[in-house]
Design a binder for this molecule. Structure first.
Ligand SMILES: [Mn+2]
Length: 348
């Protein structure tokens, strides 16, 4: 059966991943360029294949209509200050996600059953000091998903992209607060004249919230400039220093937030031994199980309305960090939908 024509459907050509292939401007042009190959494959398979979905899910479990979670890739990179490559993050996560086991051995269920849709990738225009509405492409995409009652998860890309989804979440949930995982305080007000840079993300997000409340966990890097702002402004931002991890109480941390929470995870919050694939790695970070416990506690106590995972800069031939993020994405969905999945208390 040939499914109806849709923008996101691309023919699969042997040897060329549908995802890597450039999106054709029109079907005519596609056929003009690669006509023979596509026609041959179409005849052979009697169907046109959809682009790769996260976790290799079937149409039934990744349908745009029925899926409760939606993954939006945003391979944006503009202001990285050290290592580059975060624009390659979403593709690496997509590829690694094909290897994630669908059964969650902790929650004792299959989280994909809530449906996980793979949305069209969003290309954001470069944000500069002159940009009026930075990352509006992501704001529009996330607003659309929130209005449909979906749980959007954006994959960066550099951390500055969080501005887009957070603006959409604040529109819908004016009491929104933010739980952030980050090695960096990220409260600079600009860098090299650009206010929309990764090292200013906490400051930008703070300014977006009508009733600001933010908790940043795993911090171990802050500048004198940021300390000065903190001491002068006394913002409602709680920093949980990585070196004090033994005193962390995730319940207490989560209780500093409002009911509706946005979760932003900069993967450099994790220790650089397990997450070397990031632009500005820092030693002394969170362990995998710290992060799992934090997300689980958040999802049990609060309404998590949206999330992002940013700053993965894949290292060629080193697949462990890519897989870590793919699994993190799947675990997040499992925790977020634990109730719907029928997970009982003994597994939480
Ligand atoms: Mn960071």
């Amino acid at each position: 059966m040939i499914p109806p024509a849709r923008d996101d459907i691309k023919p699969e050509i042997p040897g060329i991943s549908g995802y890597e292939q450039a999106v054709p401007e029109s079907r005519d042009r596609l056929v003009g360029q690669r006509g023979e190959t596509i026609l041959a494959v179409a005849t052979q398979n009697k169907k046109v294949q959809k682009q790769a979905t996260f976790f290799g899910l079937s149409e039934e479990h990744s349908s745009d209509e029925t899926s409760q979670a939606v993954i939006i890739s945003a391979p944006y990179e503009n202001t990285s200050s050290y290592g580059r490559g975060s624009k390659n993050g979403p593709k690496a996560i997509l590829d690694a996600s094909q290897q994630v086991e669908h059964f969650d051995e902790e929650l004792w269920c299959e989280p994909f059953r809530v449906g996980i849709a793979t949305a069209t990738e969003i290309k954001c225009a470069a944000a500069t000091a002159e940009t009026e509405n930075p990352f509006s492409e992501l704001t529009d995409a996330v607003r659309h998903q929130l209005n449909r009652g979906k749980f959007p998860i954006v994959l960066g890309g550099e951390h500055s992209i969080s501005i887009g989804p957070v603006r959409a979440c604040v529109e819908k949930f004016p009491d929104l607060s933010i739980l952030q995982v980050n090695a960096h305080a990220a409260m600079r007000q600009s860098r090299d004249g650009n206010p929309y840079c990764q090292s200013a993300i906490s400051y930008n997000l703070y300014k977006l919230m009508p009733k600001p409340a933010m908790a940043t966990v795993g911090v171990r890097s802050i500048s004198a400039e940021e300390v000065e702002w903190l001491e002068k402004e006394e913002p409602n931002i709680n920093l949980y220093w990585a070196r004090q991890y033994k005193t962390w109480n995730f319940g207490d941390i989560v209780n500093t937030l409002s009911d509706n929470v946005y979760l932003t995870i900069d993967v450099d919050g994790l220790d650089s031994s397990i997450m070397p694939a990031t632009g500005t790695p820092e030693p002394g970070g969170m362990s995998w199980y710290h992060l799992m416990d934090l997300i689980k506690t958040l999802c049990v106590r609060k309404n998590v309305v949206g999330a992002d995972i940013v700053e993965l800069s894949p290292i060629p031939k080193m697949h462990a960090p890519d897989f870590l993020v793919a699994k993190l994405l799947y675990k997040l969905i499992g925790y977020r939908f634990a109730l719907e999945l029928g997970v009982t208390k003994k597994y939480l």
